[in-house]
Design a protein around this ligand. Structure first.
Ligand code: ADP
Ligand code: MG
Length: 653
C-alpha cells in the first residue's frame, strides 16, 4: 500500500507561562493509505493534539509532516485549508454541527468551499444522508436530532468532499452503546471502501475494531501493533460513482460562496433581530438626518432663489445711506430724480426708475385697508419684470403730469374688490384723501420680496412726491442693466458715476446677482455644517456596528472553527462577516432614506413653508456611505474572525 502520512521527529510545544510544555515528543509514524488505525492513550496524553496536526488544523513546532510526500510545514493557511478540504474529513466527539442549518445544509458546507455546483451538492448530500439512514431527517436541525443521528450527519459532512482520510476524535465518546456501535460500523464500512480511518479513543473496545493500534503516553508512542478485528471487514460497497465531484467555474464558485456567506449573514441577523435592529438604529438615524438636512438645505435654497428671481436677473437697487438701517438715510436727501435721469443716459442701462414710498389708507365705498404706496417711474414695471392681469401701466405722460393714475396689486384687488363682480379698472380709489383712477392690476408675484400679505399700489413717483411726501428726494433708484453688460461691472460704474455727482459715496447698491450668490453660499455652508454633525452620528453608528460584529464573531467562534475544519479559506470567513456588517449598514441606510422621506412628508403636512428637495445624488451617496461604513467598521471584526486559529476556535464551546 502507498504511504499516505509520514511523521518524522514531530514535536509540538505549547507555551505555558514562562516555560513551554512539550505535548508531542519527537514522534515518528507512518500510516499507509487504506489503513484503519486507532490511537489510544490516557486523557491528556496528546491524542487530540496529534490528530489536529494530522488534519492540518494545527502545525508542529518542529519536525516534519508529509502527506502523500508533500511537506506541510511551510504551507500558508489557505493551502492548509485546501488540504483539509480535499483530503480530510473530520468527525468530532461533539459533532460540531451548525445549529441554524438543517441536516442537509450542514452536510453541504464542505462542498460550498470546494466549489461544487448547488445541484450536485444537494444531490450528493441527500445521497450520503440516505446511505447513512438519515433520508427522513434531512430537514431537521441538529437540535431536533439524537446524538447518534447528529454524529451520522457529521460523518456525511466528512464524506462530502470525497475525503480519503477520515479523522475521528472520540467519535463515540458522547454516544450510547447502540449509536456508538452504529458509528463504528459505518467507519468500518468506509475503511472497506478504501478510506483511511484514524480514530482517537481512550476506549479499548473501540480501539479493538481497528487493524492497527497505536498507544501514546505523555507524547511518545509506547506501542504500535497490528490487531485482528473481531469481525471480518464487510465487503466493499460500491460508492465510486459518488466520489466524482463536478466543479463549476471559478466565478460561479465565487458567486456560490458569496451566496452562502449572504445566507449565513441573514440567518445570523434573523437569530438576533432586536440586537440587529438596535445596531441598525444608529445607521438609520445617521442616514436619515444627513439626507433630510441636505434636502431641507436644498429646498430652502431653491425657495429663496425663486423669491429673488422676481427681482429680475440684472438689476441694481441704489439706496440712500450707507447700508440698510442707516439711521441717517431718511435725512439723506441727495438721491434725486436728476440722478435717475443721468443714469438713464448711460449706455449700459436698459431702464431706470426712481422710487419713493409711503403708506396710506385706501378706501373704496365702505371698504378700507392700509397699503404701501409706491411712487415709481413708468419703466419700473419693465425693470422689475412685473406683469399685468388687466388694464395697463401708466406712461411717461402720467409721470410728467403728476397724474393720479394708480396700478393696484392682486392683494389690493382681493381686499377692496372682493365681490369680483366688476373689474376695478376705471374705478376710483381714495388713497388717503387723494382720489386716484385705477388703470391696471398686476399679476400676483410668486413669493417675491415684499409679496407678503401687504397691499401695494403704484402711482407715478411725481404724484407721490407732491401729493403725499412733499419732498423731491428718492428712496431708491432701480436700474436694469442692459442684457449684454456684466452686472458687477455696471455696479462699479454706477458707483463711480454717482460718487462723482454727489462728491461722496452716500448711497449703497444691492446687486441681485450678489444676493443670489450670497444666499446660495450661505445655505450651502449651513447645510454642510449640519450635515457634518449628522456624519458624526453616522460614525458613532458605525462604531456600534463594529462593536456588535465583534460580539457576533466571539459568539460564533466555534462555527468559524467548524467552517475552517471543513476547508473554508480565510477569505471565506472574512467575507461572511464583512457581508453581515455591510448588510446591517445597507439595510439601515435604506431604512434611513425611508425615514428621511417620512420626515419630509411630516414637515410638509405640518407647515407649507418648508420644501424638502431630495436629490438622487444624496440618496446614492447615502447608500454608498452606509456600505462603506459596513466595510470600514466591519473589517476589523471580520479580519479577527478569519485569523482565528482553527484548533482554538474548535475547542471553544
Ligand atoms: P488528549 O489525549 O486527552 O486528547 P490533548 O492532546 O487534548 O490530550 O492534550 C494533551 C496535553 O496538551 C494536555 O496536557 C493539554 O493540557 C495540553 N494542551 C493541549 N492544547 C493546548 C494548548 N492550546 N495550550 C496549552 N496546552 C495544551
Ligand atoms: Mg482529546
Amino acid at each position: 500500500m502507498a504511504e499516505l502520512i509520514r511523521l518524522e521527529k514531530l514535536r509540538r510545544e505549547f507555551p505555558s507561562g514562562e516555560d513551554t510544555i512539550t505535548v508531542l515528543k519527537d514522534l515518528d509514524l507512518v500510516i499507509e493509505a487504506g489503513e484503519m488505525v486507532a490511537i489510544v492513550g490516557a486523557s491528556g496524553s496528546g491524542k487530540s493534539t496529534l490528530m489536529n496536526i494530522l488534519g492540518c488544523l494545527d502545525r508542529a513546532t518542529a519536525g516534519s509532516y508529509r502527506i502523500s510526500g508533500r511537506e506541510t510545514a511551510m504551507l500558508e493557511p489557505d493551502e492548509l485549508a485546501a488540504l483539509r478540504r480535499e483530503h480530510f474529513g473530520f468527525i468530532f466527539q461533539r459533532y460540531h454541527l451548525l445549529g441554524e442549518l438543517d441536516a442537509l445544509a450542514n452536510v453541504e458546507i464542505p462542498a460550498i468551499y470546494a466549489g461544487m455546483t448547488p445541484r450536485d451538492r444537494r444531490a450528493r448530500a441527500a445521497d450520503l444522508l440516505d446511505r447513512l439512514g438519515m433520508s427522513d431527517r434531512t430537514d431537521h436541525r441538529p437540535g431536533q436530532l439524537s446524538g447518534g443521528q447528529q454524529q451520522r450527519v457529521s460523518i456525511a459532512r466528512a464524506l462530502m468532499n470525497g475525503a480519503n482520510v477520515i479523522l475521528a476524535d472520540e467519535p463515540t465518546g458522547a454516544l450510547d452503546k447502540h449509536s456508538g456501535e452504529e458509528v463504528l460500523r459505518i467507519l468500518e464500512e468506509l475503511n472497506a471502501e478504501g478510506k483511511t480511518i484514524i480514530i482517537v479513543t481512550h476506549d479499548m473496545n473501540v480501539a479493538s475494531r481497528a487493524r492497527r493500534i497505536i498507544e501514546i503516553s505523555d507524547g511518545v508512542i509506547i506501542s504500535d501493533r497490528a490487531n485482528a478485528p473481531e469481525r471480518p471487514a464487510p465487503a466493499p460497497v460500491a460508492t465510486a460513482a459518488a466520489e466524482q465531484t463536478r466543479r463549476g467555474g471559478y466565478l460561479r464558485s465565487l458567486a456560490d460562496r458569496f451566496k452562502e456567506a449572504l445566507r449565513m449573514a441573514v440567518l445570523a441577523m434573523a437569530a438576533h433581530r432586536l440586537r440587529t435592529f438596535l445596531t441598525m438604529l444608529g445607521i438609520i438615524i445617521g442616514i436619515a438626518s444627513v439626507v433630510s438636512v441636505v434636502a431641507i438645505g436644498q429646498g430652502t435654497q431653491q425657495q429663496v432663489l425663486a423669491n429673488i428671481s422676481n427681482l429680475g436677473t440684472n438689476t441694481l437697487e441704489i439706496f440712500a445711506g450707507r447700508s440698510f438701517g442707516d439711521t441717517r438715510s431718511a435725512r439723506i436727501t441727495t438721491l434725486v430724480v436728476a440722478d435717475a435721469e443721468a443714469l438713464a443716459r448711460q449706455s449700459y442701462v436698459a431702464a431706470v426708475t426712481p422710487t419713493v414710498s409711503t403708506s396710506a389708507t385706501l378706501r373704496v365705498g365702505s371698504q378700507e385697508a392700509s397699503a404701501l404706496v409706491n411712487g415709481v417711474g413708468e419703466q419700473y414695471f419693465a425693470a422689475r419684470g412685473t406683469k399685468l392681469a388687466e388694464g395697463s401701466f401708466f406712461d411717461a405722460a402720467s409721470v410728467r403730469n403728476r397724474a393720479t393714475d394708480v396700478v393696484i396689486d392682486e392683494n389690493t384687488r382681493k381686499t377692496l374688490f372682493a365681490d369680483g363682480a366688476s373689474s376695478p379698472v376705471g374705478q376710483v380709489l381714495l388713497i388717503g384723501n387723494v382720489p386716484a383712477r385705477i388703470v391696471g392690476v398686476t399679476q400676483p408675484q410668486q413669493g417675491g420680496f415684499g409679496s407678503s400679505q401687504n397691499l401695494s399700489v403704484y402711482l407715478p413717483y411725481t404724484t407721490v412726491q407732491t401729493r403725499f411726501l412733499g419732498t423731491m428726494s428718492l428712496r431708491s433708484i432701480t436700474v436694469r442693466v442692459a442684457d449684454e453688460v456684466d452686472t458687477s461691472l455696471a455696479e462699479q460704474d454706477v458707483t463711480r458715476f454717482l460718487t462723482q455727482r454727489h462728491g461722496s459715496q452716500d448711497f449703497f447698491i444691492l446687486n441681485t446677482d450678489d444676493i443670489r450668490q450670497t444666499i446660495t453660499s450661505t445655505t450651502q455652508m449651513l447645510t454642510l455644517l449640519i450635515a457634518a454633525i449628522a456624519v458624526i452620528s453616522l460614525v458613532v453608528g458605525g462604531i456600534g456596528v463594529m462593536n456588535i460584529m465583534l460580539v457576533s464573531v466571539s459568539e460564533r467562534v466555534s462555527e468559524i472553527g467548524v467552517r475552517m475544519a471543513v476547508g473554508a479559506r480565510q477569505g471565506d470567513i472574512l467575507q461572511q462577516f464583512l457581508i453581515e456588517a455591510v448588510l446591517v449598514c445597507l439595510i439601515g441606510g435604506l431604512c434611513g432614506i425611508g425615514a428621511a422621506f417620512g420626515i419630509g412628508q411630516l414637515v410638509q403636512a405640518l407647515s407649507s413653508d418648508f420644501t424638502l428637495i431630495y436629490s438622487t445624488t444624496s440618496i446614492v451617496a447615502a447608500c454608498v456611505c452606509s456600505t462603506l461604513i459596513g466595510v470600514v467598521f466591519g473589517f476589523l471584526p471580520a479580519r479577527n474572525a478569519s485569523r482565528l486559529d482553527p484548533v482554538v476556535a474548535l475547542s471553544r464551546d
